[in-house]
Design a protein around this ligand. Sequence first.
Ligand code: ASP
Length: 444
Amino acid sequence: MIKVSKFGGSSVADASQFKKVKEIVLADPERKFVVVSAAGKRHKEDNKVTDLLLLVNAHIEYGVDCSALLATIEQRFMDIALELGLSFDVPGEFMRLVEGIEGRTPEYIVSRGEWFTGRLMAEYLGIPFVDAADVVMFHHDGTVDMERTQTKLREAVVHTGGTFLLPGFYGATVDGQIKLFKRGGGDITGAILARCLDAGLYENWTDVSGFLAADPRIIENPRAIHRITFEEMRELSYMGASVLQEEAIFPVREVNIPIQIKNTNEPDEFGTIIRETANEHLREHLITGIAGKKDFVGIYVQRAHMSNEIGCIRRALSILERYDVSVEHIPTGVDSFAIVVNGADVKDTIYAIVADMQRDIRPDSINVLPGLALISVVGRNMSRRAGTSGQIFGALGEAGINIRMITQSSQEISIILGVQNEDFEKAIHVIYDRFGDAVVISQQ
Ligand code: ASP
C-alpha cells in the first residue's frame, strides 16, 4: 500500500522535530511520499516561518528594510542544518533569494518557507526533493489542474525511483508563476498527492492526536475519536472542532482514500481515521462527538396568517443575501419563523436588516435575540435509533437548561440545539457526561 505522509509546521519546527519525523518515516516502509509545511512554531510565543515571510512582503511593499527579518528566517534554517549536519547550502541559497527579492512575486517569497524546509528534510531523510512548482499545476481560474498534476506526479515517481519529498502549500500557474493555496494549504498538497498516486492512506501528522469527542477546554480529558466519517467530520469542524483544512478533504474523499490524523509527538497514539463509512466494530459509540459555538443571533419574525402567504421567508432570505449574511438555521412555526445567523456577520448591519424586513415583510413583530449558542451532537449511530433526541432533551431539561431551538440534519447524523450563551458549557457537560461514553450495537 502507498502511504502519503504529510507533516505540518509544528512537526518540522526545529532539528528535534526533524528527528521525530525521520523516525516515523523509517518506521514504516510504506511511507515513501512525504509532504512538509514550512517550519512552524517551536513554542507558544514563536513565529511560523510563513508568517515571517508574509511580513517580509509587507516590508518590501512599504519600502521598509527587512534585512534583520530575513536574517532571522535564515538562522532558523541554519540551526536545523547545523544541528543535523546537513550539507545543503542554506547561506548560499538565502543569498540568491535576497539578491533577487525585489523582482519576486509575494507568493514566490512566501513559498520559500516550504521550499527550504523541504530541501532540508529531503536531505535528512535521504530521498529526492521534487519541487511543487514542477508538479502541482493550476488552471487559469486558480483551481488545480488534476489531470496535469497527476501526469507530472506520476512522472516524478518514475524519475525518483518511487520515493520523494514534496513541499506543500504551493504549485505553479500555466505561465510558470508560483501560486499558493490558502493558509494551512499543505494539507491540500498532501491530499492531492495521495489522490494522484492512488494511495491507500493519507497520513496527516500534526501536534494533536486527532479529533476529541468534546472540547478539552470544557470537558476534562474527553475521549479520542478513533473512527469518524467524512460527513460527521464536516459537521464537527463546522461547529468549531477543526483539525484539518476543509479543502484538503475533497480530493481524497472523492476517491475514498482514508485520512489518518496522527500526532508527531505521540506517534504510538492511534489518532483518528476519517473515511466514508466508519463502522468496523459491532459495539460503537452512540455519539461520535459534540461541538458548538457561541454568539449566534436569532431573528424572530411573526405575522398573522403567514402560513397562507407565499414568499415571506424568501423575502427575508434575500434581504440577508443582500447583506452578504449566511444563514445557519431557519426554524419555522405556522405564523412565524426564525433565522439564525452568526453574530459577527450582522454586527454592523442588524438594524438595517431589521428595517428592510419591516418594509418588505410587514410583520406583526420582529425580535432580535442575541447570545444564542449552538451545540451539535454528532453521531452516525444516532440515525434511525428511536429515543436518542428524547433522552438528550430530557437530560438537559433535568439540568434546568432551556432549549431555544432544535434541528436535526437530514441524514439524522446530527442534532443541533440552541441554548443561551450562559448555558453553553453546562449543556455540553450534561450531554457529554450522560452520553459521551454510551455504546450501542452497530447496525451495519
Ligand atoms: N505554511 C503554510 C501556513 O502556515 C501552509 C501550511 O502550513 O500548511 O499556512
